[in-house]
Ligand binder design. Structure first.
Ligand SMILES: NC(=O)c1ccc[n+]([C@@H]2O[C@H](COP(=O)([O-])OP(=O)(O)OC[C@H]3O[C@@H](n4cnc5c(N)ncnc54)[C@H](OP(=O)(O)O)[C@@H]3O)[C@@H](O)[C@H]2O)c1
Length: 337
């Protein structure tokens, strides 16, 4: 399977967690991406309960030059202590794959990924059986794992089984952890790596300043809660000075950083507009950053987990939200038990 170095991340256009996408604009962005040479689109059943998958079908029909990767959500979160069969019961995986194929209007998907992983599952016969059955059904050409946030090494034992074709992992200038073990392993064993969240959810585009606000309900209200915007802005300033680039060059620089590692098959920036597509595609033609610069960028590693928020931070986001959103949050919380 050959994919363009720049792929298209579709979480944002799915319209859960991210607020503000307009479907007609999203479809234009998808079509422009294809016209400019992007052939790889990453989606998930979770993104808008299939909404981003349906937008892909709307944009491309079932054109066979478009490579699509989707993901099966866990029935429950992939937390330590849960067995594979609790998180991904076979009937659940098969049912989700059928729904995804209906959404995409396809008979088969190019790459099907487990949306979350636990290190303990590598030798679990239920997982091996599930992979064999999914492959055997002819409904998925390749099988991948999208690892949990900030746990790149958790997938290594599973890779050693030889059952996995690709890994999706956070990889960006701030979070370079995948470089330590995962990327060298995948490079050596020819396992495709998809670099996700290349802009650290927008931080590495330079658009998150201390004054930035996000729409009500947007997950970035808590990802960048409290002092985090200030911290991000300070880090970005140091990066620009060290790399001797201007703010407007940062998005391309951030993508080139990802593509500079030989293990990376594709980087999948989240894009929602034609402009962002046009701005991001050229990164693929600029080649890798030079070795001395990459060495200096090691100093910009930043160990933290913004996907975690404390109770106080959650309360801070909740208390500043409008009433309608407060009600929705409470209903969702209790609706899910
Ligand atoms: N667990 C998982 O499997 C998992 C988790 C997270 C993400 N992913 C995948 O990885 C993809 C990428 O991650 P992400 O979308 O969360 O974050 P990301 O790619 O790090 O950042 C997306 C953000 O970058 C902005 N952006 C894109 N191009 C830009 C440009 N040229 N100039 C300025 N801003 C630009 C977007 O702006 P706007 O806000 O203006 O649109 C959006 O805010 C997702 O879409 C999804 O496919 C998978």
């Amino acid at each position: 399977m050959r994919v363009s170095e720049i792929g298209f991340g579709t979480w944002g256009i799915g319209k859960t967690a991210w607020v503000g996408a307009i479907d007609s604009v999203s479809v234009d962005a998808l079509k422009t991406a294809r016209e400019l040479g992007i052939n790889f689109f990453d989606t998930a059943l979770l993104y808008g309960d299939g909404h981003s998958e349906r937008l892909l079908a709307q944009a491309f029909g079932n054109a066979d030059d478009v490579v699509i990767a989707s993901k099966v959500p866990g029935k429950v979160p992939a937390k330590p202590g849960k067995r594979f069969a609790e998180v991904y019961p076979l009937t659940h995986v098969q049912g989700c794959l059928d729904t995804t194929l209906l959404n995409l209007n396809r008979d088969a998907i190019d790459l099907y990924q487990f949306h979350g992983w636990s290190e303990q599952w590598a030798d679990d016969p239920d997982w091996h059986d599930c992979v064999e059955k999914i492959r055997g059904s002819g409904k998925a050409r390749f099988i991948g794992i999208s690892v949990n946030h900030h746990e790149p090494n958790s997938v290594l034992p599973a890779l050693a089984t030889g059952l996995v074709d690709s890994v999706q992992v956070i990889y960006n200038i701030f979070d370079q952890a995948a470089q330590d073990k995962l990327l060298p392993y995948c490079h050596e064993h020819q396992i495709g790596v998809i670099a996700r969240v290349p802009f650290d959810e927008g931080a590495l585009t330079g658009s998150v300043t201390p004054q930035t606000t996000f729409p009500a309900g947007d997950f970035r209200n808590w990802y960048f809660v409290g002092e985090r915007k200030q911290q991000v802005w300070g880090r970005v300033q140091r990066l620009l000075a060290d790399a001797a680039i201007g703010l407007e060059e940062l998005p391309e620089f951030a993508l080139r950083f990802c593509l500079s590692h030989p293990a990376i098959a594709a980087v999948i920036p989240g894009m929602r507009t034609v402009n962002h597509v046009r701005n991001n595609v050229p990164a693929s033609d600029q080649g890798p950053l030079d070795a001395a610069l990459l060495e200096r960028l090691q100093q910009h590693r930043w160990l933290r987990n913004f996907y975690r928020t404390s109770i106080t931070e959650k309360l801070q986001v909740f208390s500043s939200a409008p009433l309608s959103e407060k009600i929705t949050t409470i209903l969702k919380r209790f609706g899910r038990g």
